[in-house]
Design a protein. Structure first.
Length: 475
């Protein structure tokens, strides 16, 4: 296929050259009527590129094949049989992928270190979650993806499960044995879905961890805005084999997705694919060398401990993304959040994430010598404590009559909400799970130290939303 072609960008260029006057919504009139104060900040080209589909790019009713051509090129670039663009972000794409594999009341194996979007999908889609717990690294206080034997054990316990959702790489860069998990799932003739939101770059350099399509996954969801070069909310479904039907996936996406897709997202996805095919290996090779230099320099500084390939061993991670720089700062006597705030305030450097132990930064093809030189040195529970008892199905608990109780009286009650520290956005408490004092201590101390908990009814975790006592099933 001719990867010098960029169908969406070419259609946008044609639209601009024609100079069409669009009698439609004012926000899609190529900048006419825009408040100059807005244009001075975001730029007029943002509005000039925000074109309605029916004005000449592509449309569900008046399709010119522009989008389908771009998607075919994407599939060819990464070795998938099919690729579908989404402009709603991978949070919605993962919900769609889950619904394509299992419907209401059906079982689906899920990594318990999943993003809150997965738990939201459990609530919305009505699937019954069969949790597969991650490998907890007690030394670093970080979760790595589950291993194939963990998946096999859960499938034997639940042979009626419809598939498995695996999260890899994690926010901290640790990766799963996708091929091993895929082989296990395929032994049971069920698909493996990979939430590879942080892995859009993986197909384009052999020194990076295995890419889901190359590792026999059935369906992979990527967020190109995370480790690629497209704008926010850019997401792609990659599909192969016949365990998940392309038609079913399209229908589920049509059910959940927007009917007002963004041409900005489509155009930047299309352009990024061309860049990676033509220049990706060289760009990523430079990024890999840069990441190694930075990791080595950080490791030589007192009090800083970068995570490296020492975590790649049985019982921990199957691989590690070297472009993810994760630095433990506990020896400095500060939390990761404090280190992140210091970097922002004193050095005007924003790291990608932080928690009570560490900060993380992504070294990508977009970095250069200037950004490299701007990177200055810079009450945890036991893992078993985080494995809460599920007393009710998440959907039932989420929609049950609820009450707010003080945190000190919440232990033993059933959660009616998600409580997800950011980053990485993995719920520590999911609806239907029994709350414990140890988890409450962890969450409250984290909130006191600056951890963001945006989805809890009370982000300070001084009160907790729980299932009302008269709504709790007995027996």
């Amino acid at each position: 296929m001719d990867h010098s072609r960029v169908p969406v960008l070419e259609a946008l260029e044609d639209f601009r050259r024609r100079g069409d006057i669009a009698y439609g919504p004012p926000g899609h009139k190529q900048g006419r009527g825009v408040d100059p104060r807005v244009a001075a900040i975001v730029g007029l080209d943002v509005f000039r590129s925000d074109v309605l589909s029916l004005n000449g790019l592509d449309d569900r009713r008046q399709s010119q094949g522009v989008l389908s051509q771009a998607q075919e090129l994407m599939a060819d670039a990464v070795g998938a049989e099919h690729a579908f663009f989404s402009t709603c972000g991978s949070s919605l794409s993962v919900k769609t992928a889950m619904l394509a594999a299992a419907g209401p009341g059906e079982k689906l194996l899920l990594s318990r270190n999943a993003h809150k979007a997965v738990v939201a999908a459990v609530v919305v889609n009505g699937v019954e979650p069969i949790w597969v717990h991650p490998k907890f690294d007690t030394e670093r206080h970080v979760a790595h993806p589950p291993e194939p034997d963990d998946v096999r054990r859960r499938l034997r316990e639940h042979p009626d499960a419809k598939g498995m959702l695996l999260i890899t790489p994690t926010d901290w860069g640790s990766c799963a044995d996708i091929a091993g998990v895929a082989r296990v799932c395929h032994e049971f003739d069920v698909p493996v879905i990979v939430d590879e939101a942080w892995g859009a770059h993986l197909p384009f350099h052999p020194a990076l961890p295995a890419w889901g399509m190359d590792a026999e996954a059935d369906l992979v969801v990527t967020s190109v805005h995370k480790m690629g070069g497209a704008v926010e909310q850019s997401s792609v479904f990659h599909l192969q084999y016949d365990r998940i039907s392309p038609e079913a996936l399209k229908q589920r996406e049509d059910l959940l997705g927007t009917t007002s897709a963004s041409s900005l997202v489509y155009a930047t996805l299309d352009g990024w694919r061309r860049q990676m095919v033509e220049q990706g290996h060289e760009l990523l090779e430079t990024a890999l060398r840069r990441a190694e230099r930075v990791r080595t320099a950080v490791g030589e500084l007192p009090g800083l401990r970068p995570m490296g390939r020492e975590v790649v061993r049985e019982g921990l991670a199957a691989d590690l993304d070297p472009l993810k720089l994760v630095i433990d700062v506990r020896e400095l006597g500060v939390s990761g959040m404090q280190a992140a705030e210091w970097l922002r305030d004193r050095r005007h450097v924003d790291v990608g994430g932080s928690d009570s132990c560490r900060i993380s930064a992504s070294i990508t093809h977009a970095d250069d010598d200037e950004t490299e030189q701007r990177r200055p040195p810079v009450r945890l529970p036991e893992p078993s404590v985080l494995e809460l008892e599920q007393a009710m199905l998440p959907r039932a608990a989420f929609f049950a009559p609820a009450e707010h109780v003080p945190a000190e009286r919440a232990a033993g009650r059933i959660a009616a909400e998600m409580i997800s520290p950011y980053p990485p956005g993995v719920p520590v408490v999911a609806p239907g799970e029994v709350i414990t004092d140890a988890v409450l201590d962890y969450l409250r101390s984290g909130a006191d130290h600056g951890v963001l908990i945006p989805d809890a009814a009370d982000s300070s975790v001084r009160t907790v939303r729980v299932v009302a006592r008269d709504a709790v099933p007995h027996g």
